[in-house]
Design a protein around this ligand. Structure first.
Ligand SMILES: Cc1ncc(COP(=O)(O)O)c(C=O)c1O
Length: 429
């Protein structure tokens, strides 16, 4: 069976489960279970007859709505066919630089977008000594930058590969550290301080004199697959150090305005900053494809010249305008997520052999004592439930999986199925 690079492949899952795609309960794609909002469906319905015309190549209405939403002039906004399209355009720009730093485990599409243009990649692992939980308390610009500039990157990676069979190592003490971090995050506090920023700014060259100013960096915040949130101040120093900083905020909208750590307010201050946002996860529109980039107008103009003039279709554009205006749906989502995520987290923690990592987004990464590939197949065949294996994150291997947070009833169905299948798998050992 060929493993999937992305979640949400229902055709593949249904073939394995022996049922129609519509019968699959999908926890593998991190999509809100609440949408699409009725306002969006109504807007799409009202514009169906417009598909006989070409879409507006400027996406004027959508850009105006986004301009209002982010309080940013519309020239700084470029909608795309999902944020995945914009990621490819970012990959083309990053490939022009000496190298691009990737924070791993990294979303698989970053490799695709960079490889498509032969970009050189430098990987920096979030894992220290193979332990994700330790590192998650050090999500600061300094720790990452130090590893890159001091040439320790390969050492970190080889240390990691020595323990890769163990997957995520989470001991009791380290779990406390993670909980501390998540309480810091929940209170909206910063994960770095000014001293660290100063240190970071001083370190602009590697030990052997290699510069970071001719390199790019791409990271996502909140981080997929760990669900951790980088404080704004952890990322800001990169803007002084790297030629191009691409921040993928595909899941940032799941945090309410008083908790999010978006860099949108800094876009006009830094021409080397690109922010990618998605409208497919929060508003449940992955099949429609809609995302946008926020960046300097000259850069966005260049991107437009590289791509198809009509990559955002008419229905996606009207859906975006309606979604951004739907304050009720946004409030409902912010109310649903924390208790539903807690319910799932607590339920997973109680299943022998599973250890979920606390996360801030609408998904949870789970360490598992058993083979997740086997678990995935059992869940599909016996329960028509699809979880996300982590094979596309090589650092995580076969001992971790990711699940979306869904409705309380759906979460309960997953927990029950996991309990049953893991019980059988333990018995068979
Ligand atoms: C971190 C991250 N960025 C971007 C994307 C792409 O999202 P979109 O549907 O907007 O193309 C995904 C999709 O899974 C993702 O996980």
């Amino acid at each position: 069976m060929r493993q999937q690079a992305h979640g949400g492949n229902l055709v593949w899952a249904a073939a394995l489960a022996g049922c129609p795609p519509s019968a699959i309960l999908d926890f593998s794609a991190s999509i809100s279970p609440l949408g699409p909002p009725n306002s969006v469906l109504a807007a799409i319905g009202s514009q169906l007859s417009s598909i006989r015309n070409y879409p507006d190549p400027d996406c004027s209405d959508l850009r105006n709505a986004l301009s209002h939403f982010h309080n940013l002039p519309s020239e700084w906004i470029l909608p795309g066919n999902g944020s995945a399209e914009l990621l490819s355009l970012a990959g083309r720009e990053l490939a022009e630089l000496a190298a691009t730093v990737l924070i791993t485990p990294a979303f698989g599409d970053y490799y695709r977008a960079l490889a498509a243009y032969d970009a050189k990649v430098l990987e920096f692992s979030l894992l220290v000594n193979g332990q994700l939980s330790v590192v998650s308390s050090q999500l600061s610009g300094v720790s990452c930058q130090e590893s890159v500039v001091s040439g320790q990157l390969s050492a970190v990676r080889s240390q990691w590969s020595g323990v890769s069979g163990q997957g995520l190592v989470v001991s009791g003490q380290e779990s406390v550290a993670m909980n501390d971090l998540s309480s810091i995050i929940n209170k909206g506090q910063r994960t770095t301080d000014n001293k660290q920023l100063t240190t970071n700014n001083e370190q602009r060259t590697t030990d052997n004199g290699q510069q970071t100013t001719d390199k790019g960096i791409i990271l996502n915040n909140p981080h997929n697959p760990t669900g951790r949130l980088f404080g704004r101040d952890a990322i800001l120093p990169y803007l002084e150090e790297f030629a191009l900083v691409v921040v993928d905020e595909a899941f940032m909208d799941f945090l309410p305005p008083d908790e999010e750590q978006s860099l949108v307010e800094f876009v006009q201050d830094y021409p080397n900053l690109v922010i990618l946002r998605s409208l497919t996860k929060f508003y449940s529109l992955p099949g429609l494809r809609l995302g946008y980039a926020l960046a300097h107008p000259d850069r966005l103009q260049r991107w437009r010249s590289w791509r198809d003039p009509w990559s955002v279709n008419t229905l996606a554009s009207v859906a975006g305008v309606a979604a951004l205006a739907d304050k009720e749906f946004q409030a409902q989502t912010w109310k649903w997520l924390p208790p539903a995520r807690n319910q799932l987290f607590e339920g997973l923690s109680q299943i022998p052999g599973l250890q979920p990592l606390p996360g801030i987004a609408n998904f949870l990464l789970v360490q598992c004592e058993h083979s997740c590939i086997e678990l995935q197949q059992r869940l599909l065949k016996q329960h028509q439930i699809l979880i996300r294996d982590c094979q596309s994150f090589p650092e995580l291997g076969d001992r971790a999986f990711r699940v979306a947070v869904k409705t309380p009833q759906e979460n309960e169905r997953l927990l029950k199925a996991l309990n049953g299948e893991l019980g059988v798998m333990s018995y068979e050992l």
